[in-house]
Design a protein around this ligand. Structure first.
Ligand code: CNA
Length: 280
């Protein structure tokens, strides 16, 4: 399928017809999937963009390979690089983007079925998207526990340790195990909520994919769960995964805030979007 293949559900493969589809009331269960690209405008680097990505900037941390920073085996031996990164990414340092606020707008209009995010920055919550609509598929900095005895660690103390660049250790019964935020490291199972709610991606009548390279599984597989006639829109700098391969796929290539603003224009929601974003 190429970009000229005629669509089955939309009237054309464009943001204008995606807007028409939403306004006609046929999209009532919108599923949104997001990744690091929706937070780069907030100042948080993504992983894989050449030069500016986190992996490109981790050289100074003396890692065997950049991915080691999220590897449990490596963390047990040397947790410092992770805590250097944690200080950088910690919630409270950044402001949600227009793309985050667009998802909130969908929720407020009763159109958001579920948001699946790979991000660990908590900007979805800060944008005001209702908690029950968010699945943090790779966990987040919102809670933390000892990797040995699994006892939760106090959030206030955690913030102090992170801001001072220190590694917290379990204080429960002298365990002294390393404390790690509930972020999913390589090789760790995704949260139960991801598997419990994965079916919601099958129920979608519109799928919006924003700022992800679709390289991490099982998350990436979500885009292929909706029925084939369901329109899918990609807001990303580059074409990724299977996006573009179905007749009702729309590619909005470029900066995702820009793409989202164009869709908001088509929907007549632009002013509302900017106002909510400024009001945060
Ligand atoms: P990734 O693999 O780094 O891919 C990011 C994608 O976004 C790439 O395809 C980029 O081209 C694209 N992109 C970057 N900036 C923009 C922009 N302004 N507009 C549109 N597209 C853009 O990141 P993924 O999320 O796909 O990878 C999954 C990892 C990254 C997850 O496990 C996350 O936890 C992890 N991560 C999260 C954060 C965060 O929480 N903000 C930051 C960095 C990495």
């Amino acid at each position: 399928i190429d970009e000229d293949t005629p669509p089955k559900t939309l009237s054309s493969r464009s943001l204008a017809s995606v807007a028409e589809y939403i306004l006609s009331g046929r999209a009532k269960r919108i599923v949104v999937m997001t990744g690091a690209g929706i937070s780069t405008a907030a100042g948080i680097p993504d992983f894989r963009s050449p030069d500016t990505g986190l992996y490109a900037n981790l050289a100074s941390l003396d890692l065997p390979e950049p991915e080691a920073v999220f590897d449990l085996g490596f963390f047990k031996v040397n947790p410092r690089p992770f805590y250097v990164l944690a200080k950088e990414l910690y919630p409270g340092n950044y402001h949600p983007t227009v793309s985050h606020v667009f998802v909130r707008l969908l929720a407020e209009k009763g159109l958001l079925h579920q948001l699946f995010t790979q991000n660990i920055d908590c900007l979805e919550r800060e944008a005001g998207i209702p908690a029950e609509k968010i699945i943090e598929a790779h966990g987040s900095f919102a809670s933390q526990r000892c990797i040995e005895c699994k006892t939760e660690f106090d959030a206030g103390k955690m913030r102090e340790f992170v801001s001072q660049g220190e590694v917290p250790r379990c204080e429960d019964g002298g365990c002294k195990g390393l404390v790690k935020p509930d972020i999913v490291f390589f090789g760790e199972q995704l949260p139960k909520a991801f598997f419990d709610r994965r079916d919601m991606a099958e129920e979608a009548d519109l799928v919006l994919v924003m700022g992800t390279s679709l390289q991490v599984h099982p998350f990436a597989g979500l885009v292929d769960l909706a029925a084939e006639r369901v329109p899918r829109v990609l807001f990303n700098l580059e074409r990724v995964g299977s996006m573009g391969c179905q007749a009702d796929d729309v590619l909005a290539l470029g900066d995702c805030d820009e793409g989202v603003r164009r869709l908001a224009d088509e929907l007549g929601w632009r002013e509302e979007l900017e106002e909510k974003w400024r009001g945060l």
